[in-house]
Design a protein around this ligand. Sequence first.
Ligand code: SIN
Length: 520
Amino acid sequence: MEKRRYIFNNSLYNKPVLKDDKAFDVAVIGGGMAGLFAALELDEKYKVAVFVKGRIEDGSSFLAQGGMCCVLGADDSFEEHVADTLCAGAGHCNEDAVRVMVKGGPESVRKLIDYGVHFDIGDDGKLKLTREGGHGKRRILHCGGDATGREITKALGNAVMARKNIKVFWNHTCVDILTDKEGVCGAVINDGACDFVVRCANLVVATGGAGQLYRYSTTPEGNTGEGIAACKRAGCELADMEFVQFHPTAFAIHREGERVFLISEAVRGEGAILKNKNGESFMSFPGQHPQKDLAPRDIVTRAILAEMRRVGDDRVYLDTSSMTKDFFEKSFPTITAKCHENGIFPPDDLIPVHPTQHYLMGGVVTDLDAKTSVDGLFVCGEAACTGVHGANRLASNSTLECVVFAKRAAEYINRNPRSIPDKAEFGKNTHFTKCVEKPEILSDMQKIKAVMTEKVGAERTVGKLLEAKGELLRLYEKYCDVNFTNCAGYALFSGINTAMDIVDAALSRRESIGSHYITE
Ligand code: SIN
């Protein structure tokens, strides 16, 4: 079956785009940490557009509770952070990329402070460092206790809006990436009602992951792998798509269809213990990982799934009684509020949790400057596969990766200017006429979520993956020649493609490694 190059109907746009108000030196797609930081680090001589799918608060970065890793402690070292990252990544990381990320930490943190980010300060007056799973040392910075993402994205958003050379377009979605023989030449953007074309010399895609292809995810609604799928259609390679991270401790109380609230790993970092319904601390049972409750995420997730099966429960519990009420509430104000809303009062009450989709380690292959194989096209943040996370991401390395590689992308663009192309063209026209109504599109999105949740979860079998592949292929065949007329259709088609990429990658790796756990 011929792969579809575009999902917008390019027969509607058969003239080259020449308008100057739609031409930018750099177009950034995404309003999370990576996109905003990249925009700020670009030379101010550039005319920059930032297209944000919703508002800043709708993205994954805004939700990040756990903080940002950075080697700052006198007892810590870059080598120890590198070693912890490689160990969590189960031997599958790109070590050069890990070193670049770890060493880039202190400078990126200084820049964030310059942009107005207020990291939490400890009693000693220095930046406060906390601990999370898989880390041998305290090296996680937070803001507002567990409101790290909210504080960082708000500060970056304000800084971006104060820049004269940057224009932000809210509620705008990237539909397709346009290329010519020189590389990137533009993008198709939807403004909520219509598609339009922009020309650009460079495009930075920072659109996040694909958690919303699962029924239960800690990620927000827009995370359907659209940026990843658009890059693939534009000719980029994907890698490590089989590595989907399931966070061990998402809040077990949630309504159907609602984003699942996270109980940060920092809670275990401050001494909380996982217990089963019988009150047993099962991470301390013989045969469990030596780091017990603070073992890497994939290990804790599988231990919880096994324990839930063993005792016959759909959840386990976080015992936070080693902390005082005052300490818990000051350290975790967002979590406290969510628990209280649901009638749970830590540290007196246990917090019910279970594993839930949280992050995608794979994505668009990029080099140490966030460059893809397409000239002028850069990808940063969760949509990218720099190789820093390997088969399982170490806690709070994602935010660090966002800023370090966004900065490197911007620096590369600053050093290597490209000219804005005179026109953006689409190549061969496609004339799709088949229509599918929106209710059916939304219902098919639910089918993807069901397939991915039931057949492509934290524990996989070849048989279930083959069933998933068949079901996704049927959806692909149904939609490959549809004339999409709205963003729901675009999200669905990209979702089908990204889900198929995850399943294909999972089927081609028959050994278990990190988050990819597979049996026959
Ligand atoms: C958490 O707070 O547990 C999540 C942080 C992360 O995903 O690294």
